[in-house]
Write a protein that binds this ligand. Structure first.
Ligand code: HAS
Ligand code: CU
Length: 562
């Protein structure tokens, strides 16, 4: 008990009868179900793209169903994987982490169901035009490409649905505070709330873009639009969205992995500081996606570049804290030497291994991020397959493989069925690591050879002879991932339908070597950090947005290039 009080984590929540949280578990389970169906469909298109690069065209056989070919497949790939899979998983996962960490159910379960209902309704509305080839505008939906209005309306509803989780979290926090005066917010709940707060702030950009530009324009209420203004509003959300994907993975690395490794979290205060820095720095840096856009001042692009280097820092804190925790785990398990403790880590544990492999590839993806962020070097890699290489290491591995690793204990816990095959799960983690490592390496390489991204290379009449020998490696990487995905889905389906019925405890929350009592209380008070966050956003965005809005002629007609 003493340790529990010191680390501020109510042990009761872990021991609590799963029945207390049955509604939360159902909500989490349903969100995960939608998420993984989306990932399966989206992933299939990914494999088809890699085959297409090598002249194997699987789009013809499916043309009766999807007539849009490569580009419709690519739009589905992006939307299903980085928008639908991530968002549904995260809402499910954060519902779980918030309530289990506080040790109390959601303040409003009805609101929990409304959240899921609005998001799923929005998804269905957006899916229809995508499947009918009326929204082949990629996941960034840049105008002047113009989609069916239902695509924009559906996606907007999904985003609005996610906001409701923050409302529920805040109500739950109030209830918890009333019952626990003076106690520090448990780390996992703190991080879950910071993540959602950051997300709600940053989605102001895309919500404005949808409501004032894209929806009226696609409905024919206004004649034209403004691509630069739309892109600026998009990236206001589009950069922080990557931390909306990443932070839930960090929540697992901070709150569960240290214990899974056999040790403790190195520093709880440092972890809190890292998340507060993400809250402050995630949004005012979106122009690093628009270095090549005309119509935006170079000064502001440079300032966003400098702030982007700032947001590198909380990930470096995470790097240090997580590796120190792993070392503590390795040594607690008898590991010795400067590095030999690594081999004492529980590498036979699939949930652990999947997530540590995800971290290792993320170190490379993160380093690539620095190159992207450098204003001048970005010109070499922008719009090339280097960028696809970058984000398959980040969202495709750090996030996705971590989420898969989490499900190896979470799904057994919420379904009350043992994981069907741990060895298969272990093989899945290694094949994802290998496949994605290969795929991303060669995509980076091809990007440096100027191969463009988002292009049906296999059909390009400008195919370069030096690209050709590398493209099969991209395909092999994708096929290894395909095998990995089959191992994952087979294992999950068997777990849910045929896994041995028994109560599986949740992965316990990690205790910390340096706990919350060592961190300043001001970290738990969100007001000063929100104020700083708003001030930085206003400074970094107001001049550009005011100028774009006050000068826009809204006269660019829509087009359909597909
Ligand atoms: Fe990025 C483009 C810069 C992180 C995703 N990024 C993209 C796009 C996506 C994406 C999807 O500045 C394409 C968007 C589009 O369609 O156009 N990115 C960065 C920077 C970071 C970064 C500076 N990106 C991410 C994350 C993503 C993501 C995270 C998804 C989840 N990115 C850019 C830029 C562009 C861009 C430009 C635009 C490029 C262009 O021209 O279009 C940083 O946040 C990265 C910091 C990360 C680290 C790594 C820390 C490592 C850790 C693990 C440690 C543990 C280990 C385990 C190693 C510093 C925490 C040890 C194991 C033992 C056993 C001991
Ligand atoms: Cu970015």
């Amino acid at each position: 008990m003493a340790t529990a009080r010191v680390s501020g984590v109510p042990l009761a929540s872990e021991r609590a009868d799963a029945a207390v949280f049955s509604t939360e578990h159902r909500l989490t389970g349903l969100n995960l179900l939608v998420a993984f169906i989306a990932l399966a469909l989206g992933g299939l298109f990914g494999v088809m793209q890699a085959l297409q690069y090598n002249g194997i065209d699987l789009y013809k056989p499916i043309a009766p169903v999807l007539r849009g070919g490569y580009y419709q497949g690519l739009a589905l790939h992006g939307v299903l994987n980085v928008l639908v899979f991530t968002t549904f998983f995260i809402i499910g996962w954060l519902t779980f982490t918030t309530t289990r960490s506080f040790g109390i159910p959601l303040a409003s379960r009805t609101l929990g169901w409304v959240t899921f209902g609005v998001m799923t309704g929005g998804l269905l509305i957006a899916a229809l035009p995508l499947l009918l080839n009326n929204a082949t505008v990629m996941f960034t939906f840049y105008p002047p490409l113009k989609a069916d209005p239902f695509f924009y309306i559906g996606l907007t509803l999904v985003v609005v649905g996610t906001w409701l989780l923050l409302a529920n979290q805040v109500m739950t926090l109030r209830q918890w505070r009333a019952a626990n005066p003076g106690v520090r917010i448990p780390l996992a709940a703190f991080m879950s709330i910071v993540t959602m707060t950051m997300w709600v702030i940053c989605t102001f950009g895309v919500a404005t873009e949808m409501l004032f530009l894209l929806i009226p324009w696609s409905l024919g209420l206004v004649q034209g639009t403004d691509p630069v203004l739309a892109r600026t509003l998009f990236w206001f959300t589009g950069h922080p969205i990557v931390y909306f994907w990443l932070l839930p993975a960090y929540i697992s690395w901070y709150n569960f992995i240290p214990k899974q490794a056999g040790g403790k979290l190195f520093s709880d205060p440092m972890a809190r500081v890292s998340f507060i820095l993400f809250l402050i720095l995630s949004t005012p840096i979106g122009l690093h996606h628009q270095y090549t856009d005309p119509g935006i001042s170079e000064t502001w692009k440079l300032i966003h570049a400098i702030f982007t280097f700032g947001v590198f820092f909380p990930s470096l804190l995470t790097f240090f804290n997580v590796v120190a925790s792993l070392e503590h785990g390795g040594r607690s398990r008898g590991g010795k030497g400067w590095l030999m403790w690594v081999f004492s880590l529980p590498w036979r544990e699939p949930s652990f291994t999947a997530q540590v492999l995800a971290m290792i590839l993320f170190a490379f993806g993160g380093a690539g991020g620095l190159i992207n962020a450098s204003y001048n070097i970005n010109l070499v890699v922008h719009n090339t397959s280097w960028i696809s290489g970058h984000f398959h290491l980040t969202v495709g591995t750090a996030v996705t493989l971590t989420f898969m690793g989490i499900t190896y204990w979470l799904v057994p816990h919420i379904t009350g069925r043992k994981l069907w095959s741990p060895p298969m799960a272990l093989a899945q983690a290694w094949t994802w690591f290998l496949g994605m490592g290969m795929f991303s390496h060669w995509m980076h390489q091809l990007g440096l050879m100027s191969m463009p991204r988002r292009t049906a290379i296999g059909a390009a009449n400008y195919m370069q002879p030096e690209w050709q020998p590398l493209l099969p490696f991209v395909m092999i990487g994708a096929l290894i991932m395909f095998v990995s995905a089959i191992l994952y889905y087979l294992n999950m389906i068997m777990t849910i339908t045929a896994g041995k019925k028994e109560a599986v405890p949740m992965a316990p929350f990690a205790r910390a070597i340096s706990g919350p009592e060592d961190s300043p209380r001001v970290l738990d008070n969100f007001k000063p950090w929100l104020t700083i966050s708003f001030i930085l956003i206003v400074i970094n965005y107001a001049p550009t947005l005011i100028r774009l809005i006050s000068t826009t002629p809204l006269n660019i007609p829509g087009m359909r290039s597909w």
